[in-house]
Design a protein around this ligand. Sequence first.
Ligand code: IVH
Length: 672
Amino acid sequence: MNYKEKHKKLSIEIEQHNYNYHSLDKPTISDYQFDQLFNELLELESKHPELVTETSPSQRAGSTPLDKFSKVKHRTPMLSLQNSYSPDDILAFDERIKKFLNSDEDVEFICEPKLDGLALELVYEKGLLTKAITRGDGTTGEDVTLNTKTIKTIPLKIDAGAVPDVFELRGEVLLHKSDFESLNEGQLSQGLETFSNPRNAAAGTLRQLDSRVAATRPLRFYAYAPGVIDGHGADSHYQFLEAVNQLKIPNLIAKKIKKSAIIKKCKNAEEAVAHYHFIESVRDQLEFEIDGMVMKVNSFQLQQELGFVARSPRWATAAKYKPKQETTVIKDIVLQVGRTGALTPVAIMEPVFVGGVTITNATLHNESEIARKDVRIGDTVVVQRAGDVIPEVVEVVLKKRKKSSVAYEFPQKCPVCGTKAEKNEDEAVYRCPNLFCPAVVKESLKHFVSKKAMNIDKLGEQITKQLWTEGLVKTFSDIYTLKKEDILPLERQGEKSANNIIKSIDASRQPELSRFIYALGIRFVGEQTAKTLANYYQDVPSFLKATEEDLLALNDIGPKVASSITSSLSNKDFVKEVQNLLKNGVKIAKSDVTNASKKLKGLKFVITGSFDNYKRSDLKKTIEVNGGSSPGSVSKNTDYLIAGEAAGSKLKKAEDLGVKVLSIEQFLAMLD
Ligand code: IVH
């Protein structure tokens, strides 16, 4: 096979794996194997630059930042939808259509979720993705093609024979809720600002000038409409979605919740109303956020007859869901102590039914939010529950305030252990600094046993609480000395459940290092950071010796996280607890991580200058995967300097300090 054929074969293979992993959620090879294929592709392209086409999978990694986005006119304007908030408006919409068409016959509608992201138009020319344009003002949008190519679920090529020469389609770009949480975790661990919601995060990412940043964030796209309609063969919206599905462009036509399709063909407006309620009832079970239902006349011919009014089509409308709000009375304000010691004020209220559930507690966030809203005990307040977020107090109904009400004074002490609360200058929250505060321990235990941590599934909240109140489990390591006889006397525990608990504890005794580190609950150390740490340190004793300098040299770890880790590691009680866990029979499992190469173990490489075929970030990764680290500056602790083209002051400093200087070839030879 010549190199061109090899490149083609690799490209097809990589895109199939992208599809398996990102669209089907069913990878057939490991991440490591995938990286190998991808690196092989990059290597071929660096030797034969003419292979780097606009639709090579290598474009998924992003490229050099733009100065600004260029403006592109939409071939046909991207309109908006009329909004309403009531199912009655669905019936009124149907009436208007019938009146306009001068007919009594039922109109068929396609009803689908209104995705809460941002609109994007894709343009395929002769089957190749050539442009992606934001909505902009509806007439002209921004060219975000480079960022869009990093979205792994969007095919860079589609079957050219199945679509017109210029094929346009529109859809929504968004982040899944779980990806949003991991993204924020990563932001925190790098000491960066977090995003307030998935929509903002998606918008910020799509409008990134540096597509390499966009490439690290798991944006998604779901198609929901054609651009210019002509020539793609479908007669109806539903057929169009089916064709899109055939092309493997992501869409929601096949998506089911509780065995019911989320996109429904409705024979009339009554069925549309029913589907409006159905979508709302499963809203929390969707992976992404939605804010309503969109209903569209199915027939393209009818759509054309109906046309537009102002900037909206007459053939479609959006029925939104109200954030559920109710009023109730605040009986008390208490402080809740979180796993990290954060003191969160919570309003205890007269029970009230909001959005399908009865709530008695709502968060007041922090001291300044209470002051801003001027919330007082005894006040009548509006509470809200949107999507699956925690209920919150929106505002006080001042008309109903009693004269006797007094402003809430935020306690200066932890309500549980009485330690003086502390507040960082740059934060809004007060914290209890006592690591052994019973409330902190209780919450930490909950985290320690949770699924993504030690995964002791039989130690549910109730039993953990019992064990803790009985004084049987005061710290993590106490869990591993528990015996059946300890559990039997507890309320509601029998022979069988006690056995199950012990079994489930035993099953957790061999965690992967990353889970173990995550379970320890160090502030800012989420799952991703724990993986980075496990990958680098490879065993507990090395991790316990981590220094700030070392940590800062790792990808994804910023000053805030590094100092949080070192402060835990310099706490004698913390270290003792880790050692007790090992002493009580926790043994780190051999995993992919510990099998990784240790060729560069403990070595510090500073990288300077530029390299023809390698990005610095890739070199850094290579160093870490092999057990080394890559600090940003040269010191007497540096083992090697890897110097590329145009190396400057770092090279001089290395020479002054007598640090060994390597060429890229010499470095690569160390890995052979
Ligand atoms: S169809 C003529 N379908 O809602 C407009 N739009 O105001 C055709 N949106 O910014 C749009 N989910 O980004 C359509 N299933 C869906 C949608 C949807 C969300 C957004 C769209 C646009 C806004 C319309």
